[in-house]
Design a protein around this ligand. Structure first.
Ligand code: XMP
Length: 319
C-alpha cells in the first residue's frame, strides 16, 4: 500500500544518501513544484539547502510576497529574494518574438541564479521540481523528427557549468501527486491548489512588447478573473485560468465618450497533465460578469473575449 507519507520518508532517506554533507541550491519559481521540492529537501537536510527566488517582475498580483512569506514566516526556511525586475523588463524592451522572449528570460534567469549561487559560495547540488510529464515532454522535444513547440524555461546547462549534480525528488510524480505531497508536507491549501504558472511568467501572456505598464494592466485583469472564479467555486475544477493582454486596440464607448483601448482575452482549460486540454465551459452570465468588472475596473482595457481553443490545436499559453 503506497502512500504519500511513505513516499516522503523514502525520498528523505534518498536525498540524505545522495547529498551527504554537500550544499544544495534550489531556485524557487513561485510555483507549486519548486516549493514542494524545496520543503521536502529542507526536511531532509535542513540548512545545507539555500533557496533562491529570482523575482523577474513577471509574476501575478501579490505572488512574490506570498512566496517570500511562505518560506520565511511559515517554514522559517532561509530564502534569498532577488528583485531583478528592472533587468528583465529592460531586456524585454523591443522584443516581440515569443521564442526570443523565452530565450532571453531563460538565459537571464540562469545568469542571475549563477551569480547568486556564487555569492553563497557555490553548491554541490542543484535542486529542481522536475515532474514526470516534464521528463517525457523534453524527451519528445529532442528525440526523433518532432519540433520544438516552445523552449521551456529551466536551468539547463548550469549544472555542468558549475559542476553541480541534480537533485530532483519529484521526477516520478504527476501534478496531482505533487499536490498531495505538498499537503502531506503541510503547505497551505491555497498554495498547493494553485494553478500551474509558466517560468517566463506574464511575458508570454502579453503577445507583442512587454512593459511594466502592460504587466500592471494584465495583473489587475487577471486578479479580477481569478477572484470571480474562486467566488464561483470553480477554481479547483479548472487546470489553469488566466488573462492575456492582446497587442490590439479596439474602439468602444463608455458613458458618452469614445474609448480606444486594449483587448483582454480570458483562457480557462481542464487537463490532467497539461499535454492536452479542453476549454472550460463557463456559463454566459459568469463570463459577462467578469467582462463587465474588468472593463469597469481596469484602466487600459475596453474589450474582453473568451478563448475557445482546445489543445491541440492550440497550446495552453498563447506564446
Ligand atoms: P503549453 O502552452 O505548452 O503549456 O500548452 C503546457 C503547460 O506548461 C506550462 N508552461 C511552462 N511551464 N516553463 C514552465 O515551467 C515554461 O516555459 C512553460 N511554458 C508553458 C503552461 O503554463 C501549461 O501548464
Amino acid at each position: 500500500d503506497w502512500t504519500m507519507a511513505e513516499f516522503r520518508k523514502t525520498k528523505i532517506a534518498e536525498i540524505r544518501a545522495q547529498v551527504g554533507d554537500g550544499k544544495v541550491i534550489c531556485g524557487l519559481s513561485g510555483g507549486v513544484d519548486s516549493a514542494v521540492a524545496a520543503v521536502l529537501i529542507h526536511e531532509a537536510i535542513g540548512d545545507q539547502l539555500t533557496c533562491v527566488f529570482v523575482d523577474h517582475g513577471l509574476m501575478r498580483l501579490g505572488e512574490a510576497e506570498q512566496v517570500v512569506g511562505l518560506f520565511r514566516n511559515h517554514y522559517n526556511i532561509p530564502l534569498v529574494h532577488k528583485d531583478v525586475s528592472a533587468l528583465f523588463l529592460g531586456g524585454l524592451a523591443g522584443v516581440t518574438d515569443p521564442e526570443a522572449k523565452r530565450k532571453f528570460i531563460g538565459k537571464t534567469f540562469i545568469d542571475v541564479f549563477e551569480e547568486e549561487a556564487r555569492a553563497i559560495g557555490g553548491a554541490d547540488f542543484l535542486a529542481q521540481g522536475t515532474l514526470y510529464p516534464d521528463v517525457i515532454e523534453s524527451v519528445s522535444f529532442t528525440g526523433g523528427p518532432s519540433v520544438t513547440i516552445k523552449s521551456h524555461h529551466n536551468v539547463g546547462g548550469l549544472p555542468e557549468r558549475m559542476n553541480m549534480q541534480l537533485v530532483e525528488p519529484l521526477r516520478e510524480l504527476f501534478k496531482d501527486e505533487v499536490r498531495e505531497l505538498g499537503r502531506e508536507l503541510g503547505l497551505p491549501d491555497v498554495f498547493v491548489g494553485r494553478h500551474p504558472f509558466p517560468g517566463p511568467g506574464l511575458a508570454i501572456r502579453i503577445p507583442g512588447e512587454v512593459s511594466r505598464e502592460r504587466c500592471d494592466i494584465l495583473r489587475k485583469a487577471d486578479a479580477i478573473y481569478l477572484e470571480e472564479i474562486r467566488n464561483a467555486g470553480l477554481y479547483d475544477a479548472i487546470w489553469q485560468a488566466f488573462a492575456v493582454l492582446l497587442p490590439v486596440k479596439t474602439v468602444g464607448v463608455m458613458g458618452d465618450g469614445r474609448t480606444y483601448d486594449n483587448v483582454c482575452a480570458l483562457r480557462a482549460v481542464t487537463s490532467t497533465d497539461g499535454m492536452t486540454a479542453d476549454i472550460y465551459p463557463f456559463d454566459a452570465a459568469f463570463l459577462s460578469r467578469v467582462a463587465t468588472r474588468i472593463i469597469n475596473e481596469v484602466k487600459g482595457i475596453n474589450r474582453v473575449v473568451y478563448d475557445y481553443t482546445s489543445k491541440p490545436p492550440g497550446t495552453i499559453e498563447w506564446e
